[in-house]
Design a protein around this ligand. Structure first.
Ligand code: XLS
Ligand code: NI
Ligand code: NI
Length: 432
């Protein structure tokens, strides 16, 4: 196995990192510690290039079937992560083990495969960033899982989450994700929204209670997404999820897993979603990918836009960095990029883009012009009437009295273009 090495920005070797230098210290911590990259099992080990209009362009069966194939995939996955120096992976139950005809059969398969994964983990030190259960692929989940109109489906989903949490504890994962694949509706004509939302809350509370009493001490995450596959998904965006978590008393155990492409679909920037998570005390983890603003679906492209990775890492640093979370590449090489070399090159591109983002975000903060501008802009709240408003000493009446005779109030310029130019200076000049 040839490891991908850091060779510096001038390197023309496609199979080298130009910016990601795992042990390099940036702002007091190594790049590896700050970026906490994870491999997504479903895209990397399973996805075969199929789309709505055509079948596979890649074969990832390793010429095998059944459990043998799943073991070969696991061997591939651990080699792949070691090659890249990636310490974490993320998976759905059905990514790593075949689904049986009953819940009991599926759970058995998962146990066999997590035994196998645990052995590989012991040899390599790699472990899951988070675990999840696929509750959207099978036919029985066509109308949702926790929000299905059918109570038996709710029960099967509960059994899958129980097995998923057990797997997380066994493998030492510090995260368990809920992405509400079909937790939403296609038409209100057939939907009892009030019951579905209550059931979703009940389901999450059951998961929290089971996890906390069975050794899961990591973070639960909700991964917001506004649409696709359903027309409307209940976990629309960060702000909607924050409200849902508080309404159900789940905000101490849950955080958010923000995905770049889902932000785009919600009509927000990636940075907006990260900021909303952070200001609500819910910043947790990130699904690192990028969408295409001209396309209305989740294209799950590898992130290569350095403005986006920079603003993302700026938010991560401001939020105090990752604790249990990290950057999971929920991304796949394009259908035409159909060799395993392309998969490797995609990861290198994504990891380098985030390494650059980390370096540049630190530079923006060290430079200080952006932060100083914001501080100055709000300085009226640090003294006089502003300080009294913030400290709660003023009332509508007292303010009306204060404001009665104010004249010629001038709000200073917002200087947006200047600030954008500062960011460009930092992005396109100076050393790394
Ligand atoms: C789909 C989601 C999914 C979750 C895990 O759009 O991004 O991949 O991350 O279920
Ligand atoms: Ni995702
Ligand atoms: Ni997605």
């Amino acid at each position: 196995m040839n490891k991908i090495e850091y060779k510096g920005p001038e390197s023309k070797d496609a199979f080298s990192f130009r910016h990601y230098d795992k042990n390099r210290v940036v702002g007091g911590k190594t790049m590896g510690e700050q970026l906490r990259f994870a491999m997504s099992w479903w895209h990397t080990v399973n996805a075969s290039g199929t789309d709505m209009f055509g079948g596979d362009t890649m074969d990832k069966t390793f010429g095998l079937s059944g459990l043998d194939m799943y073991k070969a995939k696991a061997d591939f996955a651990f080699d792949f992560m070691q090659k890249l120096g990636i310490d974490f992976y993320c998976f759905h139950d059905v990514d790593v083990a075949p689904e049986g005809e009953t819940l009991a059969e599926s759970v058995k398969n998962l146990e066999i495969m997590t035994d196998y994964l645990l052995e590989k983990q012991k040899q390599t030190g790699i472990r899951p960033l988070w675990v999840t259960a696929n509750m959207f692929g099978a036919k029985k989940f066509m109308a949702g899982a926790a929000t299905s109109p059918d109570a038996d489906v709710f029960a099967i989903a509960a059994g899958k989450v129980k097995a998923g949490i057990d797997a997380a504890v066994k493998l030492g994962a510090k995260g368990y994700v809920f992405w509400g694949g079909r937790e939403g509706y296609d038409t209100l004509l057939n939907t009892d929204v009030a019951l579905e939302l209550d059931n979703l809350g009940r389901f999450m509370k059951m998961a929290r209670d089971y996890g906390r009493s069975h050794g899961f001490d990591g973070d639960f995450y909700i991964e917001p997404k506004p649409k696709e596959p359903t027309k409307h998904q209940y976990d629309f965006d960060a702000a909607t999820c924050a409200n849902f978590l508080r309404a159900n008393g789940l905000e101490k155990d849950f955080k958010l897993n923000i995905e770049a492409n889902h932000a785009t679909l919600a009509g927000h920037t990636f940075q907006h979603e990260l900021r909303m998570a952070a200001v609500n005390g819910l910043f947790g983890s990130i699904d690192a990918n990028q969408g295409d603003t001209l396309l209305g679906w989740d294209t799950d492209q590898f992130p290569t836009n350095v403005y986006d990775t920079t603003f993302c890492m700026y938010e991560v640093i401001k939020a105090g960095g990752f604790t249990n979370g990290g950057l999971n590449f929920d991304a796949k090489a394009r259908r035409q990029s159909n060799t395993l070399d392309d998969t490797l090159l995609s990861y290198i591109a994504g990891m380098d883009a985030f390494a650059l983002g980390l370096i540049k975000a630190h530079r923006i903060i060290e430079d200080g012009r952006v932060d100083a501008f914001i501080k100055e802009r709000y300085s009226s709240y640090e003294k006089g009437i502003g300080r009294r408003i913030v400290s709660g000493e003023e009332t509508l009446e007292s303010l009306a009295e204060y404001a009665a005779s104010l004249r010629n109030v001038e709000v200073p310029s917002g200087r947006q273009e200047y600030l954008e130019a500062v960011v460009n200076d930092i992005l396109f000049s100076g050393e790394e």
